[in-house]
Design a protein around this ligand. Structure first.
Ligand SMILES: [Cu+2]
Length: 129
């Protein structure tokens, strides 16, 4: 019985350990899609994003500032409306920590490489209160 108690204690510690890890989200970039194109995260939380560029060309993943909805991005260097960005070479995978904005709302997500937004690389991050 004592042994069982010991095993259960270890399991409990392991479970607590798991719960303290931030939630994660898989994001796949391809030519020319962002999957999932719509996702929701809790305001002010920390989330691990596992981002994979499955395409044969460079892509990036940008969260636009709240209220900035771009119809087109023609200049990759124009970073003014971008809140958070990561870029990936073909085949590259990155684990990155995202501090979700504290202001709830709909944030546009885009690939800012020339022409990619127009080709369909756009999505929506809903920040939940
Ligand atoms: Cu792209």
């Amino acid at each position: 019985m004592r042994k069982l108690t010991a095993i259960l204690s270890v399991l409990a510690i392991l479970l607590v350990g798991c719960q303290s890890k931030p939630p994660s989200l898989d994001i796949r970039l391809d030519s020319f899609t962002i999957t999932p194109s719509e996702f929701s995260l809790k305001a002010g939380s920390t989330v691990m994003l596992y981002i994979h560029n499955a395409g044969l060309i460079e892509h990036d993943f940008n969260i636009m500032k709240l209220g900035v909805n771009v119809a087109s991005i023609t200049n990759h260097e124009d970073r003014e409306g971008i809140l958070w960005a990561v870029s990936l070479e073909p085949g590259e995978e990155k684990d990155v920590e995202l501090n979700v904005p504290s202001e709830p709302g709909m944030y546009q997500v885009v690939c800012a490489m020339p022409g990619h937004l127009q080709a369909g690389m756009t999505g929506t991050l809903t920040v939940l209160p």
